[in-house]
Design a binder for this molecule. Structure first.
Ligand code: SF4
Length: 502
């Protein structure tokens, strides 16, 4: 009886950018008497169903974007006599759907770190419960991933988690509702040990796969002080100090390490934090800019962001501290107008962001936006191939609309075409070449160009394009580019690297 862990994807690139961390954490949560799980990441290669035998246990982790593919695999695995277990954010939100559409025997809701072992044991004894409540486990119970199971030469970046949860409440995001608003920070020792293990294997680039690396802002501290809330103030100060302790330890690691994280823009107001990030080899951060207008920020409950010149100054502050910004922008907000597309890309250029992503507003389950949209759409009863539009992830990929939210002034096609045009402009060859000045040597500039093109092929063309020929072409390009790109990221292993002491 084997345990299979499957990360579903309807597109495989042969080489992937970031290791899907959950696969290796759940592998660590698998008791030794079940043997080492067979790990399948379909962003690399499609699952080989022939390896699934009667009595095996197949764990499938899904988010909304890959739920439909996950259900196909679940149905097929159950048909072959395996026990089928779903987990992940989407299964947590829609456990019944995983039973109905994915032939689940059981669903693990919430964090799998602890409850996974019980689900496995019950499947082995042929008496799985319908649902297991994993809840939110404390940071001291987060498991280090089983990196010894990683296939050789397939990933560019490794991933390590340092904190779960985010205190914000952006309307388009489900993180604060699923992972909670109270940050759960892993111990510094646990994080550093994992990073050292990855550097020993030859990974130089490591994504800190956190919801928000900056969970306590200066304003949070000031507010607690103003309210004379001493208990809260102390809690926040401790959380902040732990961040600094972590960064001080990361700073002791080899200089060739490069970390990338996700952070809110308020960190730009905190030079001590940015300096510590820089010393800790954190060279890049995804910053959710979302909108360049005040009205757009109100649309997404992100009043803590700035707009206009103040936004440019904030974004530039990261770069002054040696931290490159991947700016994330959303199109299709109610306040967007035809001129928003040009204004956004112009601001991204003026703010000198190194990379950018431009996404179309999509109501994802678990978000405030989704709840409102689902209610608004209920009266319309719109369907595609008999599937309600409010269950858009169940519509076959090629038939799925690109824009869901009716917009007061722009048509769906205008939003899609405008978004595509912005990607085209930001990632045009002359623009990329100009931005590649951030690195020095010609070799590094060529590497920058390749990586920019790869990013664009993987994330823009495959997601926005309406015509299947363009999607297929992009996938081929991405497969072709990904392999040489990987070599640019990895380096010689350091098997004898020691864990630095505090
Ligand atoms: S978008 Fe970022 S800042 Fe907003 S709630 Fe989600 S994780 Fe937190």
């Amino acid at each position: 009886m084997a345990v299979h862990l499957v990360n579903p994807s309807h597109i495989s690139f042969g080489t992937a950018v970031i290791t899907p961390r959950w696969l290796y954490v759940i592998a660590a949560a698998t008791p030794p008497d079940f043997g080492a799980p067979i790990i399948v990441d379909e962003t690399l290669d499609p699952v080989d169903l022939g390896r699934i035998l009667p009595g095996d246990i197949v764990g499938i982790g899904i988010h909304t974007g890959n739920a439909l593919r996950g259900y196909e695999i679940g149905v097929e695995a159950r048909r072959r006599g395996a026990w089928v277990v779903f987990g992940g954010i989407h299964a947590t939100l829609f456990p019944e759907e995983a039973h109905e559409r994915g032939s689940a025997h059981t669903v693990v809701k919430g964090d799998g770190d602890v409850v996974w072992a019980r689900a496995l044991q019950d499947c082995r004894e042929a008496r799985p419960e319908r649902v297991y409540e994993g809840g939110r486990v404390g940071a001291d119970r987060f498991l280090p991933a089983r990196w010894d199971l990683l296939p050789a030469n397939r990933y560019m970046w490794a991933s390590v988690q340092t904190v779960r949860g985010c205190p914000k409440h952006c309307s388009f995001c489900s993180v604060w509702r699923t992972d909670g608003q109270e940050p759960r920070q892993r111990s510094v020792d646990a994080v550093v040990r994992e990073v050292v293990e990855l550097r020993r294997l030859g990974f130089r680039f490591i994504a800190l796969a956190d919801d928000n690396f900056y969970p306590v802002t200066l304003e949070d501290l000031e507010m607690a002080a103003r309210k004379s809330d001493h208990h809260r103030l102390q809690e926040l100060q401790e959380l902040r100090e732990e961040r600094f302790d972590l960064m001080a330890r990361l700073a002791k690691l080899p200089d060739d390490l490069v970390f990338f994280t996700q952070i809110t823009m308020e960190a730009a107001e905190d030079p001590a934090f940015l300096d510590a990030m820089s010393r800790a080899h954190i060279r890049g951060a995804l910053v959710g800019v979302e909108s360049v207008t005040e009205a757009g920020l109100k649309d997404v409950y992100k009043g803590f962001n700035l707009y206009g010149d103040a936004l440019v100054t904030r974004l530039q502050a990261f770069k002054r501290h040696g931290i490159h910004v991947l700016g994330s922008f959303i199109f299709g907000l109610p306040s967007d107008r035809a001129e928003t597309f040009d204004a956004t890309v112009a601001l991204a250029e003026r703010a000198d962001v190194t990379f950018a992503q431009f996404v179309m507003l999509t109501p994802f389950p678990g978000t405030v936006d989704f709840a409102k949209w689902e209610k608004d759409m209920a009266s319309e009863g719109a369907t595609i191939d008999g599937i309600p539009i409010t269950r858009h992830w169940l519509i076959p990929q090629e038939r799925r609309p690109k824009v869901y939210t009716p917009h007061p002034t722009l048509s769906a096609d205008e939003i899609r075409a405008g978004t595509q045009a912005v990607w085209d402009r930001f990632y045009s060859l002359p623009q990329i070449w100009a931005r590649s000045r951030v690195v020095k040597s010609l070799r590094a500039r060529v590497a920058f160009l390749l990586v920019s093109k790869l990013y664009r092929q993987m994330y823009a063309n495959t997601g926005i394009a309406t015509d299947s020929a363009r999607t297929a072409r992009s996938t081929r390009w991405a497969r072709w580019l990904a392999r040489p790109c990987r070599r640019l990221f990895v380096t010689a292993p350091m098997p004898h690297l020691q864990v630095p002491t505090s």
